[in-house]
Design a protein around this ligand. Structure first.
Ligand code: ADP
Ligand code: MG
Length: 696
């Protein structure tokens, strides 16, 4: 940036944030709104009217002409429908935004997926303002973050259940904190920092690849002579063109109040990462949606394309999103931070235990929450955590809990018995705990890092699960503690019991190893490798129970989400298969034919001249023809398979997994072999080397 002094002024300049509210709203209105934001108090229409007017005035000052209820339908991306502020008055217009239009919008959104929740005849849903996430201006439009529901009250989006889950964990955590005497705490929120990985390729090359354009990932590509073996890229110097992109991206994000903080190159060539500073989950979610959108938009300005697919290139690291998760009070206390006193430690161990219990009992839900066709290519392929959910705690904490369980003295603490509520925990070194990169769910000193998310995922899904299952643990804990005659003893017993019952989910070893797969099976941990293996378990009785008990999702809402997820999986693979077939028939086979023709002509010419040494030409012609035949046959087999997809969504998803994907792999194998022996000038689209090393 030319003038870094401008950053503080730039930051949040497009956001109707606390500073703006304070400046623009009458004191009593500001206070009411704050109460709604911080303590979930209901919002009066009179207050909404004043807020709406102030928001409109501010938006007009910033050149906005339209407003939109910005929402996150079940497609996972964000949607917006723009309305202008104009209201006719006689022959003229005034610019208006009423409290009613701020709070609630109508949306005929019949083409968003609802998984059967909403018949087309009652296609209308409504959007409801989420005052806890600031409104902002994007492209001359005031964007009002909203939840999207049907008139029957069913959630048609990701935000409504996320907000409900935050409410659930707030309620249960407050119960536990009250028992610790924390009467000053008014609310508890989960916090999330989502580290976002992405690839950059040049726009020219992207345009030449039908697979990238239609599917977001390459369906073909021989392994290049060099990819990530040298590990030269990871944290390496950032190329000027990428640097310019990152600077521009940061600047854009800062305007939206996104705390974009760190950026670096990732493992694969052309792969990078952006990490914002953490925020309340709901806001972190909205911000992550903005980050993904702006990453793509800014790339276009730089002649680049930002790929957020989980696995754009086979054989090269895929892109994930690390969801750093913690729980905080409105008084600024991180409940997953050990603290310094015996009482703080007791409280910490209790919340830690709540998470351990939750992840052990509902690891399947965490797995399901990250299940997408794209992520299936990553999980368990020795670059990302396996599909088995386990917790990394680090050696210190594990030893401490082992000692508590066995009533054994803890060596690291001068051989004292660890009595919860009376003993002080030893320092738990942050760095030391962060080294295990193979764990899907790692404790990193004062937060958990959930690492199974694919890069394109809407982070609402895993966070809905995390909030809900931890709320359930806390509820059970509070039920016991509220009835306990001796609080300290009961806290000790709960921590001990939870550890004994749930330590099978703790694994500090190498998550990538073969042994772990076997060990995990012995421990009874589920290993759902694919979407059709995982997603139907969303409706297992225990899972329906936890979601309905806490009023996060009804059974109907759960079933609709299963339907959408499986349908999405089937559609994704269906499109990929058709794209493959198209590229083979229209690009790859014709290109190879031209090369064969050239070799053939050469051979004939040589023969005519009486040259006998035709070994090279014949060998090449044989090989090219043989692979062309295999490719053609494999493609015909794929086409055939696509004519027999079963009708029901679940059966179709299964079929795409078991019948279509293996045939796609066969097609790819033959095509990649051809790529390796076809002259570059004939190959119809940019190769892996071109794509991965093309941004200079
Ligand atoms: P790393 O070593 O993985 O880079 P950092 O401490 O820098 O770890 O944090 C990585 C991410 O975790 C950042 O987005 C950061 O804001 C986030 N983070 C830190 N503390 C918390 C917290 N209490 N709750 C949620 N996320 C957090
Ligand atoms: Mg990380």
């Amino acid at each position: 940036m030319e003038n870094p002094d401008r950053i503080p002024e730039l930051f949040g300049s497009l956001v109707f944030n606390d500073k703006v509210m304070k400046a623009k709203l009458p004191k009593d209105i500001y206070k009411s709104l704050k109460k709604t934001i911080d303590e979930d108090a209901p919002l009066e229409i009179d207050v909404a009217n004043v807020v709406a007017n102030a928001m409109k005035e501010w938006a007009l000052e910033h050149g906005a002409t339209h407003y939109t209820h910005w929402f996150q339908p079940l497609t996972g991306i964000t949607a917006e429908k723009h309305d202008s502020f104009i209201e006719p008055v006689g022959d003229s217009v005034v610019m208006e935004l009423s409290g009613k239009s701020l709070i609630r919008g109508e949306s005929d959104a019949s083409s968003f997926p609802s998984g059967g929740l909403r018949a087309t005849f009652e296609a209308r849903g409504y959007t409801a303002w989420d005052p806890t996430s600031y409104a902002f201006i994007k492209e001359k439009t005031l964007c009002i973050p909203t939840a999207f529901c049907s008139y029957g009250g069913q959630a048609l989006d990701k935000k409504a259940p996320l907000l409900r889950s935050m409410e659930a964990i707030n309620t249960q955590a407050l119960r536990v904190l009250r028992l610790f005497g924390k009467t000053d705490v008014k609310s508890v929120r989960t916090t999330v920092g989502a580290e976002q990985e992405y690839f950059l390729v040049t726009k020219e090359m992207y345009d030449e690849r039908e697979d990238l354009r239609l599917c977001g990932r390459t369906l073909f590509g021989a392994k290049p002579p060099r990819s990530q073996e040298m590990e030269a890229h990871y944290f390496g110097a950032i190329k000027p063109r990428v640097k310019a992109y990152m600077e521009d991206l940061n600047e854009e994000l800062w305007k939206f109040g996104v705390l974009a903080k760190t950026q670096h190159n990732e493992t694969a060539p052309a792969q990078h990462e952006l990490a914002p500073i953490f925020a309340t989950t709901n806001i972190a979610n909205d911000h992550n949606q903005l980050i993904m959108e702006i990453m793509k938009k800014v790339a276009t300005r730089h002649g680049l394309v930002c790929l957020l697919h989980e696995k754009p290139f086979a054989g090269v690291n895929g892109s994930g999103k690390h969801n750093n998760f913690s729980i905080s009070t409105n008084t600024g206390k991180n409940l997953l931070s050990p603290g310094a006193s015996p009482a703080d430690n007791a409280q910490f161990l209790l919340f830690l235990s709540a998470v351990i219990k939750a992840v052990d009992e509902y690891g399947d839900l965490l797995r399901i929450s990250v299940a997408t066709a794209g992520n299936d290519h990553r999980l368990g392929s020795s670059e990302a955590p396996p599909a088995i959910v386990s917790i990394f705690l680090g050696s210190e904490l594990t030893e401490i809990l082992d000692c508590i369980e066995a009533d054994k003295p803890y060596e690291g603490k001068g051989g004292h018995l660890m009595k919860i509520g009376a003993s002080v925990l030893p320092e738990i070194p942050m760095d030391n705990t962060d080294r295990n990169r193979t764990s899907p769910f790692a404790f990193t000193g004062n937060k958990f890092e959930f690492r199974m998310l694919g890069a394109s995922l809407n982070i609402a899904d895993p966070n809905i699960v995390l909030n809900t299952i931890v709320a359930e643990s806390l509820k059970q804990i509070a039920d016991i503690l509220e009835a306990a005659p001796d609080f300290d003893t009961e806290v000790h017993n709960i921590v001990k019991r939870i550890y004994a019952n749930h330590k099978k989910v703790i694994f500090n070893g190498d998550g990538y190893s073969e042994n772990w797969q076997k060990e995990a099976e012995k421990r009874g941990l589920p290993n759902y490798r694919t979407v059709p293996d995982a997603v139907p378990h969303f409706a297992d009785p225990k899972n329906i129970k936890v979601f309905t008990d806490h009023k996060i999702l009804s059974e109907v809402e759960i079933r609709s989400r299963i339907e959408i997820s499986l349908e999405n999986y089937a559609k994704t693979i269906g499109i990929e298969a058709l794209t493959m077939s198209d590229m083979v028939k229209k690009q790859i086979l014709p290109a190879v034919q031209s090369y064969i023709a050239e070799l053939g002509t050469n051979a004939l010419n040589k023969k005519a001249l009486g040259i006998k040494a035709l070994g090279y030409e014949t060998a090449m012609l044989e090989e090219l023809s043989a692979y062309s035949d295999s490719l053609y046959q494999a493609t015909v087999a794929l086409d055939m398979a696509l004519t027999a997809v079963p009708g029901s969504t679940e059966a179709a998803a299964r079929y795409y997994c078991d019948e279509v994907l293996p045939r796609m792999n066969t097609v790819r194998e033959a095509a990649d072999k051809l790529e390796a022996i076809t002259a570059s000038e004939y190959w119809p689209f940019p190769t892996y080397s071109d794509l991965l090393f093309g941004v200079r």
